[in-house]
Write a protein that binds this ligand. Structure first.
Ligand SMILES: [Zn+2]
Ligand SMILES: [Zn+2]
Length: 333
């Protein structure tokens, strides 16, 4: 097996785990078509593995995947965590399992991002505070104590000020302006039901303050992620991963939660804090697995061409038949 990504030339991470490839931390596999990919952590492209021994390797990965936890799934693709490996299984997905630790992982990532801003700000503020105190001839103490709070406030302001990036910027139906949305403006938006889309968000125009545009699909996901990240960063929004996981659990899964919030048509800021965090996590996971499905479709197109020349191999055909009949035996869901 190659050690570098065929697309970006970057070094592939991981050791391949049960695949025995010796490389890869995130692996995509399709038992039905007999495909196995190492997914590059740098460019996210899917590297098709060599055909020799591939079916054996797929079997080993599939076996490990049945012991893993399903983090998220679309109709075609399931993201499964097993130990330190991620498997992207193509085919009918098993039931999604709710994972508090997974939400905790995402929150830790956020606090790392936050530390990149808050720590330098605090250090800068401490410097200013000392200078101000010395200038005033006073002692240190109360001022320095409050500085971390000031840096936290600055962090929330920075997150709130971030521009929302759209594939196509929405135009306000009320005043005709192109909406220049920042994350903080999204608190007035509402998740609504739309028969044509998984996600639909009704946006309030920052210029005229009327509800003026409906965005769907990837734009809706982007708006929600940025808006909820801001709301959940505020003091009242800080909640624990367990609370969010419990909310998702009680509602019956991420998809149900999104549908439930949309049915009630409340503005994002009026949602309870733990529900808001749960919604952010749900939207995040859905976006990730949908992106994986898109990547798989692209990789499968290449794989079908790459493998096509070899499909006359009778042994391969035989193996595929065997795997197919085995996949058919599995209980649904
Ligand atoms: Zn790459
Ligand atoms: Zn407007």
């Amino acid at each position: 097996m190659y050690r570098t990504c065929a697309f970006c030339n970057g070094k592939l991470d991981g050791d391949g785990g049960p695949s025995g490839l010796g490389v890869g931390r995130r692996l995509g596999f399709d038992e039905w078509r007999g495909r196995l990919w190492v997914i590059c952590s740098k460019c996210a492209r899917w590297n098709l593995t060599p055909l020799d021994d591939r079916l054996e390797r797929i079997e080993a990965v599939a076996r490990a995947a049945t012991d893993g936890r399903v983090l998220a799934a679309t109709d075609q693709v399931a993201l499964i965590r097993w130990r330190t490996y991620d498997f992207v299984r193509v085919g009918k997905p098993p039931r999604v399992e709710l994972a508090t630790w997974r939400y905790g992982e995402r929150l830790r990532q956020r606090s790392r991002d936050k530390a990149k801003i808050v720590v330098p700000l605090t250090i800068a503020a401490v410097g200013i505070g000392i200078a101000a105190n010395v200038a005033a001839g006073g002692g240190l103490g109360v001022i320095v104590w409050n500085l971390h709070g000031i840096a936290e406030g600055a962090y929330v302001a920075i997150v709130g000020h971030r521009k929302v990036t759209f594939v196509e910027p929405p135009i306000c139906a009320h005043c005709g302006a192109v909406m220049q949305l920042r994350a903080k403006h999204v608190q007035h938006a509402r998740l609504v039901q739309e028969s044509q889309a998984d996600l639909a968000v009704l946006l309030s125009c920052p210029a005229c303050r009327h509800e003026g545009a409906l965005v769907t699909g990837p734009d809706a996901a982007q708006v929600l992620r940025q808006g909820l990240t801001f709301l959940n960063a505020t003091r009242s929004g800080r909640k624990k991963a367990e609370d969010a996981a419990r909310v998702v659990d009680q509602t019956g899964g991420p998809e149900r939660l999104i549908r439930d919030v949309a049915r009630r048509e409340l503005t994002l800021r009026s949602l309870r804090a733990e529900r808001r965090l749960a919604l952010e996590m749900a939207v995040d996971e859905q976006a990730e697995v949908q992106e994986l499905e898109r990547q798989w479709r692209e990789a499968e197109e290449i794989a079908s061409i790459a493998d096509g020349t070899l499909s006359t191999n009778a042994q391969l055909e035989e193996e595929l038949r065997r795997l197919k009949s085995r996949a058919g035996d599995q209980p649904p869901g």
